[in-house]
Write a protein that binds this ligand. Structure first.
Ligand SMILES: [Zn+2]
Length: 335
């Protein structure tokens, strides 16, 4: 099955009642553990679209992969490129998106992987081989909803090996001078996230959102929320070679009190919910899902990655649960 960027996916996106937003900014208890076995896709599925920052048209195929493979990207347009594992220690740039590359070949990269990673994380896809013929994933509608739809179309295949989950054993905190911070805390079960933001643009302002990570909550609350930019930043971004593929079709553009997109927002708190969805994707670069509570304040790709590096900087911070020993050995070797 081939799906192009023109395929109408919107039927899968359901508007939400405002009452679904929690009133308090606290880490919620995680969900019950998911299947203890690893998953992959049932079949390959392809999409075509442009990159948000590069503006380049790319074709991307999500392929099944065996247990223990992890999420790995392959630049099929470059004959000499090695597969790039979607892991925190392969992140080479976090300016506006999460970019991965192998050490030694930083020019062979895959950018803006966070929305796809969020959809894979929420769907419990542990293993996938992602072929891409350009430097950046397609932005599609600027959210994770269409990647989620692709994964739904491909279906999920349960594999024979147990899933390794990273249990956070003690608080890990990173921060910036601006007051932005990101934190992981131990949790009895599951993975819950909370995010708050504070923007000068009054249409964004202060927003907060919290939820446990499970597929239903992901789809209902954050998966459909689009990336966003302030209009005053666009020219500067494009001079830096960024946002070249950006448009009102794949990003929210705000100016002061105004959302410039003719159809407005998908949710009044679409901004913070998008940032929470970004964290779901960025933190999946741990290589496994987490048993933890995450809290971020004005946290983006840079702090999310620093948080994972801080987590794995000490063997006292974490352990595997329900996992094979080989995964522990592999991760500790890079920490
Ligand atoms: Zn994003």
């Amino acid at each position: 099955m081939q799906i192009t960027a023109e395929t109408p996916f919107k039927a899968s996106i359901v508007p939400l009642p405002l009452s679904s937003t929690p009133s308090s900014f606290s880490i919620l208890p995680g969900n019950a553990p998911r299947t203890p076995l690893q998953n992959t896709l049932k079949k390959a599925i392809t999409c075509v679209g442009i990159g948000l920052h590069s503006g380049a048209q790319v074709r991307m195929t999500l392929n099944p992969a065996p247990a223990g493979h992890g999420i790995v990207f392959e630049r099929v347009d470059l004959t000499s490129s090695a597969p790039i594992a979607a892991r925190y220690d392969n992140v080479v740039c976090t300016r506006l998106s999460t970019v991965i590359a192998n050490s030694g070949t930083p020019e062979i990269r895959v950018a803006t992987i966070e929305h796809l990673m969020a959809a894979l994380h929420a769907n419990g896809i542990d293993n996938a081989r992602i072929e891409i013929d350009g430097p950046e994933t397609p932005v599609l509608d600027g959210s994770a909803a269409e990647f989620d739809f692709l994964i739904q179309c491909a279906g999920t295949q349960i594999l024979e090996l147990p899933r390794a989950v990273i249990e956070v054993l003690r608080p890990v905190h990173v921060e910036e001078e601006s007051g932005a911070f990101a934190e992981l805390r131990p949790a009895r079960s599951g993975f819950a996230l909370a995010m708050s933001i504070d923007f000068s643009a009054s249409v964004i302002g202060q927003q907060r959102h919290a939820m446990p990570l499970n597929l239903e909550r992901f789809r209902q609350e954050v998966g459909f929320c689009r990336t966003f930019v302030e209009r005053k930043e666009i020219e500067a971004l494009q001079k830096m070679g960024l946002a070249r593929g950006g448009s009102l079709h794949n990003a929210i553009v705000v100016e002061g009190e105004t959302v410039l997109n003719p159809c407005g927002l998908r949710h009044p708190k679409e901004f913070v919910r998008h940032k929470l969805m970004d964290a779901v994707g960025d933190l999946y670069l741990a290589g496994h899902t987490l048993q933890a509570g995450f809290m971020g304040h004005k946290s983006g790709h840079t702090l999310n990655n620093k948080l994972l590096r801080a987590l794995f900087a000490s063997a006292e911070n974490w352990r595997f649960v329900g996992s094979e020993e080989s995964s522990r050995t592999e991760l500790r070797a890079t920490a």
